[in-house]
Design a protein around this ligand. Sequence first.
Ligand code: CUO
Length: 683
Amino acid sequence: RPAEPVYVPKGENKVAFDVPANYLPESRQQMAPAIVNRFADDTSSKVPVKQISLPDLSVPLQLGRREPFSLFIPKHRKLAARLIDIFLGMQTFDDFLSVAVYCRDRVNPEMFVYVLSVAILNRPDTKDLPIPPLSEIFPDKYIDSGIFARAREEANVVPAGSREPIEIPRDYTASDLDEEHRVAYWREDIGINLHHWHWHLVYPAEADIKIVKKDRRGELFYYMHHQIQSRYNAERLSNRLGRVKRFLNWRESIPEGYFPKLVAGSLNIWPARPASAVLKDINRPVDQLYFDIQDLERWRDRIYEAIHTGVYISPCGERKPLTEFDGIDMLGNIIEASILSPNQNIYGDLHNLCHMAISCCHDPDHRYLEPFSIMGSSATAMRDPIFYRLHGFIDHVFLEHKNTLPEYDLQQLSFPGVIITDIAVQTPNQPANQISTFWTKSDVDLSRGLDFTPRGPVLARFTHLNHTDFTYRIVADNRNNAPRRGTVRIFIAPKQDERGLPFVFRDQKELMIEMDKFTVLLKPGTNIIERKSTESSVTIPFESTFRNLDVNKPIGGDNLEQSNFCGCGWPQYMLVPKGKEEGFRMDLFIMISDYTGDAVEQDEPTGCKDAASFCGLRDRKYPDARPMGFPFDRRVRTDVRTLSDFLISNMAVTQINILHTDTILPRMRSENMSDTLTKSAKS
Ligand code: CUO
């Protein structure tokens, strides 16, 4: 690693690479230097790029520059995996930089950014380098295509410094005639989609085994996507929509249409899927994608068979048990599928190819020369209502496995001598147990992703859900005569279903949203634990999602903390479901589990650990020994009908109310926010 940061030198916010002449693509080598170097004129900082003897790049170059790239397409995963291996195999930082610069203008740009990001995350000499969020590199994946013409006009007519942000309308993909549109603000949220892209970047399904084989990655595939489902269902109930209907019959038409209105890479518009589309067998030479719906059904049935018999078939044909604690991890790799799947001949590539079957249903044999749709990319898939119906099915397959395991007995759940006597959430100047949500406008800079002059920031302003910061207050007695370490586990879940009937525990546990998880040391006697909502183990701050990096400071110290080095994590501003204007009642569940059953002995993590519940820790084991989702991941004890039947002394439940105000407020400190909300409610 270079001693000094080379990407953002002090006092400069732009650098250019000083590239050996033969590194330029052949077509540009003939151009006048002024054209080739037009962006280099903005800066006097040049980073020299070493000329090296280049490795064989013929495999990754098989994907054309203008073709769309998808991690769900096996062929594309293979090409990307080859390039990841090349980038990771470069001996020195300078060699890595050199080959990356050489590839930049030759390799498919989407594949290049994906591979470069995986390499930066995994090379020992680049681990502290920030990765720009994909919304900066490819803003077209997140922002209505109409914005770009306006951005170009703004950049041409108005000098940098005087430009007004371009407002992204809140309702641009559909009207309220489509009831699914009520939750479009959530599905299309830029930060949520960035998190999903980043998660798949941190946990690639295919690359060198050392990169793929991260601790419990298959189980985290299950759990992170399960939590997305729980959160989406709470959002639906907040908007008078029923819970997601699982996509079970792949031969029935799909009632939910989706018209993305985004530009797909180079010039193409992402295809739409009208209502009532039907999946077909896929035969697309362009993507080397050939499979039938029957293949998907066969793989699904074999996976169910493995679950119900409790054994899977190993590569050499042996029957191996799906064990109580590791079975879920194996199953995650089988279903996704990652290269850790033990037997793709038998279990296939179920989830990835379900994504592709949906994303190609408008042109299954490529007769219209259309690219796949947004369900084919992890950067955009969460925008489409069908994503949640597909993942509802996937989630249920995992649940089927969980239901074969023994329920937790009281000894596994209890924490002897520890009693929670009171829990509450507190927001300054608001009644106890009330959380307020509202809208906020934020700006993202599109200029890095817009290749036109004149340069300078071009801001797009988007509206997103937000909430007042709050604090959990927990009173816990430790009746042991020595300190005890415990893990505080905080969840919330809706109280009533779409009919207004109270949930039974069996259904409510599937809707439990993890809000936070942290360790505490309980001294003998009474303990008062206070924890801020901003400290959540599932979220990252706005600045990390969007990398509000101060480009005038060198990277490192505080500035590194703010960078997108830790881009995986649920956006903090989306921590709380929207709720309702008349109030939306949820159960707040808090448990303190016995740390002796939770502890994972390992060195302290270095770097970011903000969103460990969803993203794990870099170079470390997942920091909780319990099955992910504990204590709600197992089947229900026969004596438990409701959540209160489930409670024992180291757990507590209270009712909270999520109150939505349909107003736009700036981001500010929560005390001021409460005042402003009160005033806006009065007016
Ligand atoms: Cu994240 Cu289907 O896995 O999108």
